[in-house]
Design a protein around this ligand. Structure first.
Ligand code: GLY
Ligand code: MN
Ligand code: MN
Length: 425
């Protein structure tokens, strides 16, 4: 069955009697009259599978039956000459296995009809999308007296990935693996960061991944201490590390991988001391993943291991429990251990349930594990040899029935394997 039809059926099961509406995203201007490449809204795409803009999906659920209606742009020779072929009303009906399709021009009138007998309406309540604002106006004139936010319902469904989704995530990671390995082989102090970025993104596209899942971070030396460094403008330096956080998007599914390696292919002893600590932490945290564990448990474990390691290296001084209690580690490890990943790199699925309890892991969830240590070059409190080093190691993990599968296990990360990859041609 069409995977999006399954998603729609699951959504209908969560819905009470009423009408639910979800709209496509709009083009975003890059400059003057040129746009960024169009990317479908993740929630809309999850339910529809439809990748054209200017479209809307409507669910109608009554006691007797449920219907799903897709509104799309009709065919238009002139528009298609400039912007590419549209599927159109007839072909969309065949392809997307919905009950009915209409031209988007009919949406307002049809909505007035659908909402005539409905008290409950599901919508994205917080979007400023102009179509949604119009829909809200129609709803105001109808019998609707109960508005429910559709977004958290879809985001919750997105928590558990289907086999089909996992296959696409695996493919994204496979392509990303080629990109990271190629960057390790090519890195040298002759290159700028943006040239490694170009190599990574060349690998993405030449392997069928149309886009990156987020702007690649290629951070040499101290720039690794800027968490979202995307300028990628500096020359790589002999004797420094380079942190690469880059992942492609394949058929709408993300990968999110970080590797940190020496520009000249050989870790210094100070670099490898910090690196081994981050790596050990990452491996221990990953080993702890199984159903019924929570992200908070993993976060606490990562804090404990990193803080203990930083005491041993002389970066932090004092009692382990005390340093943790007083958040002293946060200067060097200021972010979370990971996040959900799927159609969005930071998949916006819930971390808490309705009763505000932490979501427990279940088979089919996918998350990143990305511990790190960041030591600013001007941090006088830290032994000189560690200053200016930033290290993050990030993998993508699937929760399985009994434990986990590290989907990016084969992207090298031990000191020996990384050095060997850097030497390879
Ligand atoms: N690439 C962004 C992140 O690791 O969360
Ligand atoms: Mn991440
Ligand atoms: Mn990342």
């Amino acid at each position: 069955m069409n995977p999006h039809k399954i998603n729609r059926d699951n959504f209908l099961n969560c819905m009470s009697y009423g009408v639910a509406i979800i709209t496509s995203s709009t083009y975003k201007t890059r400059s003057n009259d040129t746009d960024y490449p169009y990317r479908a809204d993740s929630n809309f795409w999850y339910l529809s599978g439809f990748e054209e803009d200017n479209s809307t999906l409507v669910f109608i659920k009554t006691k007797k039956k449920s219907r799903v209606i897709l509104f799309v742009q009709k065919r238009d020779k002139t528009q298609e000459l400039w912007n590419g072929e549209r599927l159109g009303v007839k072909r969309a009906k065949k392809k997307f296995d919905v009950d009915k399709t209409y031209s988007i021009d009919k949406l307002q009138n049809k909505l007035a009809e659908y909402l005539k007998d409905s008290h409950r309406l599901y919508l994205d309540l917080y979007s400023q999308n102009s179509r949604l604002l119009e829909i809200k106006k129609v709803a105001k004139k109808s019998k609707v007296n109960r508005l429910t936010n559709i977004i958290p319902i879809v985001q919750k469904l997105r928590l558990i990935k289907s086999e089909h989704e996992i296959t696409l995530i695996k493919r994204a990671i496979e392509i990303t693996k080629k990109a990271h390995h190629s960057a390790m082989k090519k890195a040298s102090s002759k290159l700028h960061e943006y040239q490694l970025q170009a190599d990574i993104e060349h690998t993405f596209k030449s392997n069928g991944a149309y886009s990156d899942a987020y702007t690649s971070i290629v951070a040499g030396g101290n720039s690794a201490n800027t968490l979202h460094y995307i300028t990628n403008a500096n020359k790589l330096c002999d004797g420094e590390l380079v942190l690469i956080d880059a992942g492609c998007e394949y058929k709408m599914y993300a990968s999110d991988i970080t590797r940190t390696f020496p520009v000249n292919g050989k870790f210094s002893s100070a670099q490898s001391e910090l690196y081994e600590l981050v790596l050990h932490t990452q491996e221990e945290v990953i080993k702890a993943i199984k159903p019924n564990v929570t992200k908070v448990i993993l976060q606490d474990l990562s804090v404990k291991l990193l803080t203990k390691g930083m005491i041993a290296l002389g970066i932090l001084k004092g009692d382990l429990e005390e340093l943790i209690k007083k958040d002293k580690y946060k200067k060097y490890y200021p972010h979370g251990i990971g996040h959900w990943m799927g159609i969005d790199v930071h998949d916006p699925c819930p971390y808490k349930d309705k009763k505000n309890r932490d979501i427990v892991f279940k088979e089919g969830m996918v998350l990143t594990i990305e511990p790190a240590l960041y030591v600013e070059k001007n941090d006088k409190k830290v032994p000189l040899k560690y200053r200016g080093i930033g290290i993050r190691i990030e993998d993508n993990i699937l929760v399985t029935k009994k434990g986990y599968e590290n989907l990016s296990e084969s992207i090298v990360k031990s000191v020996e394997d990384v050095e060997q990859m850097c030497r390879a041609i």
